[in-house]
Design a protein around this ligand. Sequence first.
Ligand SMILES: [Zn+2]
Length: 67
Amino acid sequence: MPAYDFKCKSCDHKFTVRTSISERDQVKCPKCNSSSVKQVFAPFSVAVKSTTASSCDLSCGATTRFG
Ligand SMILES: [Zn+2]
């Protein structure tokens, strides 16, 4: 099961959750129990792809709804 990093919009708490993709939208902050959390991505996964590789890897997937 993959792990995802999240940041809570309410209290700025950052945490990692192991969950399925289908349940990723139901994650809540373990600190304040707010459902207003935003998924964050590891910086390296963006930087590595930033030059000659396809720009579609991250922006064309299921992640486009965030932000
Ligand atoms: Zn929180």
